[in-house]
Design a protein around this ligand. Structure first.
Ligand code: F6P
Length: 334
């Protein structure tokens, strides 16, 4: 058998643990299998750029952030049927029986498109896909995506550091969190760090009320803002400052973006274990000639059946909707 591994979309901690575990479990269980990394993600499939991987090539990777295979965003892949056809054919022509994918929504949808072509045209490659994204927005009705808890660890550190200065100066800090359309990263970081406010993407914020709560609190305040909330950090800061001046509230406001610092760095133990467990399960299933499927990042040791790719790729509900119970949870802890 011949296996390919691809990391797609934005890099995230846990992708390397995924690559390592696919290589190790494959070569330990069936040493005659060949395993290849696709260089630079989806673009590597277009260029037929593959590198053979040995057990030694993936040594020391469990906790390293980013992806050693590289990744490139190829947005046209979502809509260009000719491109999809080329990639599906390239995989077939290169003799890959399975492609193991770790990536975000774009990668899930691309895998589904290629799989549809491959099944329709009787091509040999099947697709085993796992969610890899700090945004936790990949068909996440069960579990969480690989990389999410690692990004939360970084966010928690940053929010604690900010608290030191905020409390020393009794300042208000408006802090932007990554997460694309999803509020999960901002919300969970807010809950874990005990932030006073989390602004979700579609929220209608009553800034007069926020100012009142800030004034009553008369201490450090951290407002975590989800990436796709429409106001910029400077606009939020200016809005609060204007209200403070009008109402004689003597508080300074600063703004800071956690951005890419949330995405890099060490992988959390949860993400290492989940990525490794999913890989192990995928490899076992591949050796049984399983169908293509999506492996949600459930807990290590848990084995629900993989979802059909088409069903997983069609799950848009989790992208931007946060259960009300989680919002209430945040408010109750404030
Ligand atoms: O999907 C991960 C993510 O970091 C999002 O939170 C963010 O919106 C986006 O990627 C940034 O993308 P890029 O790396 O292309 O700037």
């Amino acid at each position: 058998m011949k296996f390919g591994i691809l990391t797609g979309g934005g890099d995230c901690p846990g992708m390397n643990a995924f690559v390592r575990a696919v290589v190790r479990t494959t070569l330990n269980l069936r040493p005659q299998t060949s395993v290849w990394g696709v260089v630079d993600g989806w673009k590597g499939l277009l260029d037929n750029n593959y590198t053979r991987l040995t057990k030694l090539d993936v040594a020391g990777l469990t906790s390293r952030g980013g992806t050693i295979l590289g990744t490139t965003r190829v947005p046209e892949l979502a809509t260009d049927p000719d491109l999809q056809e080329t990639l599906a054919r390239n995989l077939h022509d290169n003799g890959f029986n399975y492609l193991f994918v770790c990536g975000g929504n774009g990668s899930l949808k691309a895998s589904n498109a290629l799989n549809t072509i491959a099944r329709r045209e009787n091509l040999r490659t099947k697709f085993l896909v796992s969610p890899g994204s700090i945004d936790n927005d990949v068909c996440n009705t069960v579990g969480s995506s690989i990389g999410f808890y690692s990004a939360l660890d970084k966010s928690l550190d940053m929010l604690e550091w900010i608290r030191d200065t905020a409390s020393s100066h009794r300042r208000v800090y408006v802090v932007r969190s990554m997460g694309r359309k999803s509020a999960y990263l901002a919300l969970y970081a807010g809950i874990a760090s005990g932030a006073e406010f989390v602004v979700t993407p579609n929220e209608v914020v009553d800034y007069e009320n926020v100012a009142t709560l800030i004034a009553e609190r008369d201490k450090d305040t951290r407002i975590i803002v989800s990436e796709s909330y429409p106001m910029t950090l400077d606009e939020i800061r200016a809005t609060l400052e204007k209200i403070f001046v009008q109402r004689g509230i003597k508080r300074e406001v600063r703004a800071v973006d956690m951005g890419y610092f949330q995405r890099g760095g060490k992988t959390s133990v949860t993400d290492i274990l989940r990525a490794s467990w999913i890989s192990y399960r995928m490899v076992q299933d591949a050796f049984k000639n399983c169908d293509s499927g999506f492996y949600t990042a459930y807990y290590t040791g848990h084995s629900p059946a993989p979802m059909p790719l088409e069903e997983a790729a069609g799950d848009e509900a989790s992208h931007d909707s946060i259960p009300k119970e989680l919002l209430d949870f945040m408010l109750a802890l404030r």
